[in-house]
Design a protein around this ligand. Structure first.
Ligand code: ATP
Ligand code: MG
Length: 574
């Protein structure tokens, strides 16, 4: 493509509302434009990169035996009512009515639509397994759209859904997708890692997220250096500690102590001069309208996702003052397990504590020397806390480490959550009706592109890995008004085009410096600079964007060299 004819509006200014590098660079490189909050247009350069990601995804999905479909974005409420998600999904689901007053939503995901399709068309075990995928627009009315296309409201997703006759088949389908995802992200040239993950509002029993390692990532990842355990912090397990021998003999008599206006762990700790490790934090949650007390050691944090999953709650929030008063008989800051009138569950961290300090369920009072079994009962001990530095790996004895990542893909074992609710069944060999077992598999296309930039940039702009580069080469004549320079540039450009290389000819009447800056900003991996001095010796310069290294080649050899580099970089990723 000739630069002079391209719609490639680059800019030098850093947009003031773009918080992360990828968003800044995508705007500056003329890849995207914001229409309104969380809604973006892709310009030609940006869309080329999107198409590259989509192409890799298509090839790997097809190779894994999945078939491409295209489902509607507008979905009738009835299907969502059938699955039970119409009331459950919350405000992320954009709902609206048509002229006949029927309820609809814009698809944030397509489990309902695909399950409806499959239940109508698949009747017997002979038609299974079946894996259907699409690359399509999703709409999620995110609370806080940010980071450009990384967390937006309208975005492209590849979503796939597998249907199997039995558990073993479903496991096979999951593994196939797991392998396909590894191929996809490796081929995109990304540094990534699959991690165990929570299943969120999609539901299901088991899932992995594919994380691109980046400082700016919204997710914290826990991994073990000794074994291959890796998990999203939301999910990271903590091993159950050994139960100490009963230490009843150490129990001291419980005491009530006046602690005026002393509420937080820090305040209690300094007022009573005890370590926060000796204090029990009592958090009252509202789980689907039912209050529940969660106990944890004072120096640790409750993982609300674990609590929510443990209780099987659809919605979990910290209780408001009214509920706290009702449950404890005291204002916020004085809750404790002794005498409380709600369900009490506890994190493993307090299982072996003796003579604890807790709130007294009475304003301005705390209790000392509280002991489990004598002073209160715990319904269950469970892993309910957030993993932290110093914890050991739940699978081996290794030390865990923390890194940040961007979730680009997610694979779920759904089981029968949707097929049961929506009656997607088939007849088995014996003519018996059975429920299909499902899996679902998503990749955010725009987020993958943004994540790639987060891993590949410098102060001058984007540095595309070859597989996602919108163009592999830019040919830059330093002065278009010199006929020899222009002729050599045109020849090289034509030769590259003839070999099928994606190439830009920067034929703008601009200073060389401006052209170099733009080429660096848009991140083209290879630049061929045609200047009068080198050309007089029969040479052109080939510069590698990533390393900044440049070498001279005979004009007749440069195309061969460029093709060699492109082939080797594409092979390296595949
Ligand atoms: P997150 O936890 O980041 O909100 P999610 O768990 O809701 O993501 P999934 O339902 O698993 O996401 O969707 C599959 C993929 O779609 C994600 O892995 C991600 O790449 C992409 N995705 C999800 N939400 C967004 C969004 N708001 N903007 C861009 N891409 C998104
Ligand atoms: Mg997810």
């Amino acid at each position: 493509m000739r630069y002079s004819e391209m719609h490639l509006p680059t800019g030098r200014e850093i947009p003031s509302d773009a918080e992360v590098v990828s968003n800044q660079l995508m705007i500056r490189a003329g890849m995207i434009r914001k229409l309104t909050s969380g809604i973006y247009s892709y310009l030609p350069l940006g869309y080329r990169v999107i198409r590259k990601v989509e192409q890799i995804i298509r090839e790997e999905m097809n190779k894994a035996g999945a078939q491409e479909v295209h489902l509607p974005m507008v979905q009738p409420a009835e299907l969502w009512q059938e699955s039970g998600r119409w009331n459950y999904y919350g405000k992320e689901l954009l709902r609206f009515r048509d002229r006949n007053n029927r309820d609809y939503c814009l698809g944030p995901t397509h489990e309902e639509v695909i399950t409806d399709l499959v239940r109508n068309d698949i009747k017997t075990y002979r038609q299974l397994p079946c894996n259907l995928y699409q690359i399509q627009t999703k709409f999620r009315d995110e609370v806080r759209p940010r980071f450009g296309v990384m967390r937006c409201r309208e975005f492209g997703m590849k979503d796939a859904y597998s249907f199997d006759a039995d558990e073993a088949g479903a496991e096979k389908s999951y593994q196939k997708m797991f392998t396909a995802y590894n191929n996809i992200f490796r081929r995109c040239g990304l540094q990534y890692r699959p991690v165990e993950a929570d299943s969120g509002s999609i539901g299901g029993s088991f899932s992995h997220e594919f994380m691109v390692m980046a400082e700016s990532g919204e997710d914290a990842i826990v991994f073990c250096e000794q074994c291959n355990y890796a998990a999203n912090l939301e999910k990271a397990e903590i091993a159950r500690p050994e139960k100490n021998a009963h230490r009843e003999k150490d129990w001291l008599p419980m005491e009530s102590i006046e602690t005026p206006a002393v509420r937080t762990i820090e305040e209690v700790s300094s007022f009573l001069n005890v370590s926060s490790r000796q204090i029990v934090k009592t958090l009252i949650f509202n789980a689907d309208g039912k209050p529940c007390a969660v106990l944890i050691r004072g120096d640790q944090e409750v993982n609300e996702i674990k609590v929510k999953n443990y209780l099987g709650a659809a919605e979990l929030t910290l209780a408001d003052d009214e509920i706290i008063m009702k449950a404890t008989g005291a204002p916020r800051g004085f809750a404790g397990a002794v005498g409380i009138k709600v369900q009490v569950i506890a994190d493993y961290s307090i299982m072996n504590l003796v003579n604890m300090v807790t709130g007294a369920n009475k304003e301005d009072y705390h209790l000392k020397n509280v002991n489990i079994g004598r002073d209160f009962q715990v319904e269950f001990f469970a892993d309910l806390r957030v993993s932290e530095p110093g914890d050991t790996c739940p699978r081996c004895i290794g030390a865990i480490k923390f890194v940040r990542g961007i979730e680009v893909g997610h694979v779920f074992k759904l089981g029968t959550k949707y097929s049961k609710a929506m009656k997607a069944s088939y007849l088995d060999k014996d003519g018996k009706e059975k429920t299909m077992i499902m899996g679902c598999y998503g990749i955010g296309i725009g987020r993958t592109v943004a994540a790639c930039i987060e891993q590949n940039f410098d102060q001058n702009g984007i540095i595309w890995p070859m597989p996602l580069a919108p163009y592999a080469v830019i040919v830059t004549p330093v002065n278009i008004n010199e006929p020899d320079v222009m002729k050599a540039s045109e020849d090289i450009y034509a030769e590259l085009l003839a070999c099928g290389v994606e190439v830009i000819l920067d034929d703008r009447d601009e200073r060389a410096g401006v052209k170099f800056k733009d080429a660096d900003l848009i991140g083209i991996p290879l630049r061929i600079v045609v200047g009068p001095k080198n050309l007089a010796q029969g040479h052109v310069e080939l510069k590698i964007r990533r390393t900044g290294k440049s070498s001279l080649y005979a004009t007749g050899d440069v195309v061969t060299e460029v093709r060699k580099i492109i082939t080797s970089e594409l092979n390296e990723a595949s």
